[in-house]
Write a protein that binds this ligand. Structure first.
Ligand SMILES: C[S@@+](CC[C@H](N)C(=O)[O-])C[C@H]1O[C@@H](n2cnc3c(N)ncnc32)[C@H](O)[C@@H]1O
Length: 432
């Protein structure tokens, strides 16, 4: 009987190993599949062109290409994926379909797909999410797509940008691309130059912000972007929120300058005039204030044991909404340029999933060093109450949500906190 149980355990272990390995492979390849509702929304957002050649790089189980193929059932369909198997097209989908199990980041992709370069009419894409190890050939891909001047360092080039570049290489002039991209491309500071290039040269027309948890197994914030290769600048760019039930919010129309700044619906929605029309927007900079990030890495702060304030400490002051700065002598540390908080300062979490809940006011007679995950807002005494009331309000929390950036964990940039117009309720006495 013992042999029976040993056999069962062995089979169970093997199944578990295969399952774990498959999950690992899936994570490594960034296999997060688009839902039928979002696939449908992406296809509907593409202009009513009738493509001869339809392309999808990284097709996964075929959710996007299936929706496209239903709409354009006579098109020649070309798909790729690195992962063998799993692609399913509906029975009523096109007959003219070729699938290639190859690396979409190959510089010779047009030849490998037997496609004439620049012959694709419509491309759809939901690139994987992970940071690829840099290869010299990626430089040639970016160069050929006209994106090489968009990044200061190779470490800033994410895999979605490389997939975008490959699509641009393969699309014909005025060919249309519907692509799902992470928040970094749409709102990140490092992607500003790329946004500028896409807005000015490739006619971005529509951006849909997808609902939270649009992909199973990740919290990544993502957007659908529709552009037309070498389509020049679109007169306006419409940004929407795609709701969980597949309905679209009303749109917000952006001009080129606004689009270069950011393309995320949440940010512009928060800025809609009228929500706080009675309050004039005024920035911390205009108030003569400053916004600084702490300097001490948390690990070092723990070693030095000098009572530094870090994001973990926000939780212990949830009720009182304040933190007491008691250190009256400066620590004797050779760690130079520490940033300290003092009474009247406001502390904000700089990075994390819940930074909109990390808002505190500093009280007490002393100084408190800050780690590099904390932002200090300091304004002249007469404005402290108004600025605190704003950040401590539900509107302030919404402001933090809308103005933070990032795909999973969100982060606040000091310049955004310093320069954005905040709808502060300033008394006439305070304004002077
Ligand atoms: C985020 S999934 C999207 C799948 C599908 N397009 C969808 O929207 O549901 C990304 C796909 O790209 C594939 N992939 C990852 N790296 C690749 C590469 N270098 N070349 C081709 N496909 C790749 C993964 O196997 C995965 O199927």
């Amino acid at each position: 009987m013992e042999w029976f149980w040993t056999g069962i355990v062995r089979v169970f272990r093997e199944c578990f190993r295969i399952h774990t390995q498959a999950k690992l492979d899936e994570r490594q390849l960034g296999r997060y599949f688009t839902t039928p509702e979002h696939s449908q929304a992406l296809i509907q957002a593409l202009n009513p062109v009738y493509p001869r050649v339809l392309l999808e790089l990284g097709a996964g189980d075929g959710a996007l290409v299936a929706a496209a193929a239903r709409r354009w059932d006579k098109a020649q369909v070309v798909t790729t994926d690195l992962y063998p198997g799993g692609l399913e097209l509906p029975h009523d989908a096109p007959i003219n379909h070729q699938h290639f199990c190859i690396d979409a980041l190959e510089v010779r992709l047009p030849e490998l797909l037997a496609l004439r370069s620049k012959s694709v009419d419509v491309a759809v894409c939901n690139p994987p999410y992970f940071r690829p190890e840099w290869r010299p050939s990626f430089g040639s891909i970016l160069e050929d797509a006209g994106l090489s001047s968009c990044f200061a360092a190779t470490k800033d080039v994410t895999i979605d940008v490389l997939f975008l570049a490959q699509n641009l290489r393969l699309l014909r002039s005025q060919g249309v691309l519907g692509i799902i991209v992470p928040d970094g491309l749409v709102a990140g500071i490092k992607a500003r130059q790329l946004r500028q290039t896409l807005v000015e040269h490739h006619g971005i027309s529509v951006v849909y912000q997808l609902p939270p948890k649009a992909f199973r197994g990740t919290d990544a914030r993502t957007h659908i972007l529709v552009l037309s290769k070498t389509g020049g600048p679109a007169r306006f760019i419409n940004v929407y929120e795609l709701q969980r039930d597949g309905q679209l919010s009303s749109g917000i129309r952006l001009d080129g300058g606004q689009a270069r700044h950011r393309l995320d619906f949440a940010y512009w929605h928060h800025k809609i005039p009228g929500r706080a029309r009675h309050l004039r927007g005024i920035s911390i900079a205009e108030l003569g204030g400053s916004v600084s990030r702490g300097t001490l890495p948390w690990r070092q702060a723990k070693e030095l044991d000098i009572g530094a304030f870090h994001t973990v400490h926000f939780a212990s002051a949830v009720r009182s909404r304040k933190v007491y700065a008691k250190r009256t002598t400066l620590p004797s540390t050779n760690y130079r340029m520490l940033i300290y908080a003092q009474a009247g300062d406001i502390l904000l979490g700089r990075v994390g999933r819940h930074i909109h809940e990390q808002v505190l006011r500093v009280v007490g007679p002393g100084l408190m060093p800050l780690t590099d995950c904390v932002i200090r807002v300091r304004v002249p005494h007469e404005y402290q109450e108004a600025v605190w009331r704003f950040f401590d309000s539900s509107f302030g929390k919404e402001w933090i949500k809308a103005n933070s950036r990032g795909v999973c964990a969100r982060y606040l940039a000091c310049t955004d906190v310093l320069e954005s117009g905040l709808p502060l309720s300033l008394g006439t006495a305070a304004r002077g």
